[in-house]
Design a protein around this ligand. Structure first.
Ligand SMILES: Cc1cc2nc3c(=O)[nH]c(=O)nc-3n(C[C@H](O)[C@H](O)[C@H](O)COP(=O)(O)OP(=O)(O)OC[C@H]3O[C@@H](n4cnc5c(N)ncnc54)[C@H](O)[C@@H]3O)c2cc1C
Length: 384
């Protein structure tokens, strides 16, 4: 049985990103096998994220914006995001770019197949792909399906349906994507629209919900139609692409190192920010840390701070608690955040780059009673 240095189980966003970062590190000559059941030749998703300066995928970004529009309860209009840019990367561009890069490395093999079993052994991790066993010193697994059901935790879903539409009339401002447009019925949870303009007549319009149950397909579509009719002077329009997704918004711990030679990455490793669902940038950051540590120590275990990480996790839990229990209208919470703080500070806060005192100041800007009730409930759940 062939033994690799590293096997990457799942060559989606996290798996391909890990291979990309490994090939830019002192470990670039190690033997690597990437296994995925799909060929990854479709534009199956689009990632949006914010970033300062240039990132590793700058040359393949589909669009970048220097400002974003917000529509909330008492604040509407452009947000000053300072020197951040809001960036959009199409799945297909990412898959093609990273796969072309990896093809230059003879030590990196790619294989299409279904992983049926993954097991830790004293000599490394072992997996079965379409009945054939393979081994590695370490397996990085992005195929593990999280089972987030613990009642004492907060388990919301971010679910969304988007259409790329081409309109009869020029109705999109190409410099102003709408990142949260709450001008839709809230139905007792949290609902908003994204509008990501490609040109004056083409944009991705996406209806997004944070709650604990999916809708019927017709309900997402009805909401999209109503929004386009009410808030875009589009005229007739054609739908050229659709996107549907569900992202966990959960504070249930997802162990990154479930066994000595197995490391979970991406969504499987709990890389999704619980209170926002954003995963792409956190994955790049976490994987860079992982690769640096692996190169320096030989062990792929990310170091966790004893205070910062639990404190930031606690803030996520409190926000999830407020949303899950409808303690205050979500549109008003996000409005308070963006209205009472420099918006770029909120982006830093969501990236977990703010200091303890900045976190306290930001938390002080949201409606206080529901957040105190949420904080007490989170403490109570932790203790009992
Ligand atoms: C439609 C959509 C849009 C999103 N948009 C954003 C966004 O704008 N910003 C953001 O930050 N996050 C976004 N996310 C969340 C997150 O960034 C993505 O889900 C991201 O793709 C997660 O990366 P991953 O590697 O963990 O999972 P994936 O990219 O899904 O990769 C997992 C891979 O494992 C393979 N696989 C699974 N099981 C097996 C098996 N048994 N054998 C072999 N292969 C297997 C799959 O084929 C897949 O390629 C979005 C998610 C979706 C679904």
């Amino acid at each position: 049985m062939k033994k690799y240095d590293f096997i990457i189980a799942g060559g989606g966003m996290a798996g391909l990103s890990l291979a990309y970062h490994l090939t830019h590190s002192p470990l670039k000559d190690r033997s690597i096998l990437i296994i995925d059941k799909e060929i990854k030749n479709k534009n199956d998703r689009t990632w949006c994220f914010w970033e300062r300066g240039n990132g590793p995928f700058e040359s393949i970004l589909f669009r970048t914006w220097n400002t974003v529009d917000f529509f909330g309860t008492t604040l509407s209009g452009p947000l000053n995001i300072g020197d951040y840019q809001y960036k959009m990367l199409r799945g297909i561009d990412f898959y093609e770019y990273v796969q072309a890069h990896l093809a230059k490395f003879p030590n990196v093999e790619r294989r299409q197949g279904t992983i049926n079993r993954l097991k830790d052994t004293p000599d490394g991790a072992f997996l079965i792909v379409d009945d054939e066993p393979v081994m590695a010193n370490y397996v990085f697994d992005s195929t593990y399906a999280l089972n987030l059901t613990k009642p004492e935790r907060h388990n919301l879903l971010q679910h969304f349906k988007g259409w790329v539409i081409t309109t009869e009339k020029p109705c999109f401002d190409v410099n102003h994507p709408r990142i949260m447009d709450f001008r839709v019925a809230q139905e007792g949870d949290c609902r908003f629209l994204y509008v990501l303009p490609f040109d004056e007549k083409t944009a991705m319009v996406e209806y997004t919900i944070f709650n604990d149950h999916l809708l019927e397909a017709a309900d997402y579509e009805a909401a999209l139609r109503t929004y386009i009719a009410t808030h875009l002077d589009a005229g007739a329009y054609q739908i050229s692409e659709t996107e549907f997704g569900v992202i966990p918004m959960s504070d249930e711990p997802a162990p990154e190192n479930p066994a000595e030679h197995i490391v979970r990455i991406g969504t499987s490793g709990g890389y999704t920010k619980p209170s926002t669902g954003y995963t792409f940038q956190r994955t790049q950051r976490y994987l860079r840390e992982l690769v640096d540590l692996l190169a320096a120590t030989g062990r792929p275990e990310r170091r966790k701070s004893w205070f910062t990480k639990p404190f930031k996790g606690w803030l996520d839990s409190v926000l999830l608690n407020v949303l899950q229990n409808n303690r205050h209208p979500a549109d008003d919470i996000f409005t308070h955040l963006y209205q009472r703080n420099p918006p770029e500070d909120i982006l830093r806060f969501l990236d977990e780059d703010t200091s303890f005192w900045e976190d306290i100041r930001i938390m002080n800007s949201v409606p206080i009673a529901p957040f105190i009730a949420g904080a007490i409930d989170v403490m109570r759940k932790k203790i009992f």
